[in-house]
Design a protein. Sequence first.
Length: 84
Amino acid sequence: MVISKLSAKQASQPASFWKLKPWWCQPWSIVLTGVIVIAGSWIVFHRFWISLPAAVAVGIWWCLFLILVPAAYQFNSLQDDPRL
């Protein structure tokens, strides 16, 4: 009885965006890769004119994949749900 109620509740909610992604596309791996790119560019080159564009590119990448894409997925999944 409890299992059927739980599964019915889970079926009524859209799947989490991050549960659909592989391990290398999880928030922790995206953040870690960005930090490595920024730190690596500084460690290797010691030039602001190389590290700053890398940091800006990583910031855009983070905003896109950590904020905008999950929000768009949630918005679309709520709009596509006929029960709402």
